[in-house]
Design a protein around this ligand. Structure first.
Ligand code: SF4
Ligand code: SF4
Length: 356
């Protein structure tokens, strides 16, 4: 007897009518991923531009004041999340805006606000490390035809690592008095913490290089390895996102149970089994919405199923950043109050500066 072969076509998983006689095939094109890519590329480009300006600024002082002069871009403080936490605590306990690295606090508040309104969108729409990480695992999937997933017994404890790291940072910062925070930020190390960070990447130690190489390999093999398991900043954004009214919501009447949403979810969430995605791991990337073939079955929405369109998300992120940074600039709470003479004195002796 010859074997029977079954050939499944896309039409087989796309029934055209539901029990309540509503057509389910999605009509218009979903452009959420185009909007997300645009914001990711713009933000990555902005970070590269900020990094270049800062490197030129530092080089000016390294070369004894010769060469091109750029002013220090305050946005570089987005890469100082601990200083942002310290300054936030300082501001909340004293009511005064810190004068050293205030932009670190302003950006932390802006990213937290985005998370509270639009879920953990910072991670999948803005964060340059998230963007690079996503490109790397997608490259890995193309190259190796798959990404690997840890068994649940390993995945769960690994996922808790980022919360443990976050708790350690919180413990350290919350335990500091406002005087201790001011003393740290006004110390030679605190004043040039941004330059120290630039040096970390420019003069990678063997250990740091091996760690980064290992993370790169793991990111090729596993989806979002860094973000899923190790990033404390993402963990903080995820906790803030628990307050968000915006959630991925599935209409069980329109859903055709094809499970495509679960297959593409970078956070490995079982979207097809949930009515509302509450998880702190959901980044609001909308990949699940983009792939869903059934009209109105899946959307990012506010309560009462008020849909959030991708362009509203993109515009909302832009508006939150503009309003918070604009307000900080207007209030004089954006630029660090560090004179050039401090950089002239400290940059040449940077290697001798150690953590206080
Ligand atoms: S549930 Fe949807 S929006 Fe949330 S992470 Fe998964 S794919 Fe992205
Ligand atoms: S919600 Fe998920 S399971 Fe339901 S139709 Fe859409 S992609 Fe398929």
């Amino acid at each position: 007897m010859s074997p029977v072969s079954f050939k499944i076509t896309p039409m087989d998983i796309m029934p055209t009518f539901h029990s309540h006689n509503k057509p389910v095939r999605k009509t218009g094109q979903d452009n959420s991923q185009a909007w997300r890519r645009l914001i990711q590329i713009l933000f990555l480009g902005l970070n590269v531009w900020i990094g270049l300006q800062f490197a030129i600024f530092v080089h000016y002082f390294e070369s004894g004041g010769s060469g091109v002069r750029f002013s220090r871009p305050p946005g570089v403080e987005g890469w100082l999340p601990i200083a942002g936490l310290m300054n936030l605590k300082y501001f909340l306990t004293t009511g005064s805006v810190p004068s050293i690295h205030p932009a670190a606090m302003v950006l932390l508040v802006a990213f937290l606000s985005i998370s509270i309104i639009f879920r953990k969108a910072f991670c999948s729409w803005l964060c340059p490390i998230g963007t690079i990480s996503e490109a790397v695992w997608k490259f890995g999937r193309k190259l190796l035809k798959r990404n690997w997933v840890f068994p649940r017994a390993i995945d769960l404890p690994l996922r808790s690592l980022k919360y443990i790291l976050l708790a350690l940072f919180f413990y350290a910062v919350v335990g500091m008095s406002s005087d201790a925070i001011a003393a740290f930020l006004w110390s030679p190390y605190g004043l040039v913490a941004d330059v120290k960070m630039l040096y970390f990447f420019r003069h990678l130690s063997e250990f740091a290089a091996a760690t980064l190489a290992s993370l790169l390999v793991l990111s090729v093999l596993f989806q979002n390895f860094w973000c899923r398991y190790l990033c404390p900043y993402g963990a903080l954004m995820g906790l803030a996102a628990l307050l968000s009214p915006a959630k991925i919501r599935r209409n069980t009447e329109r859903c055709i149970d094809c499970a495509q949403c679960s297959r593409v979810c970078p956070a490995l969430l079982r979207v097809d089994t949930l009515v509302t995605v509450h998880s702190a791991e959901c980044t609001g990337c909308m990949e699940c919405v983009a792939v869903c073939p059934a009209d109105g079955a899946l959307q990012l929405a506010l309560p009462m199923n008020r849909r959030i369109s991708p362009w509203v998300m993109a515009a909302g992120i832009g508006i939150i950043l503009t309003v918070i940074i604009g307000f900080a600039r207007w209030e004089g709470a954006w630029k660090s109050n560090i004179p050039d003479s401090t950089y002239e004195r400290l940059i040449p002796q940077l290697d001798q500066l150690t953590h206080p």
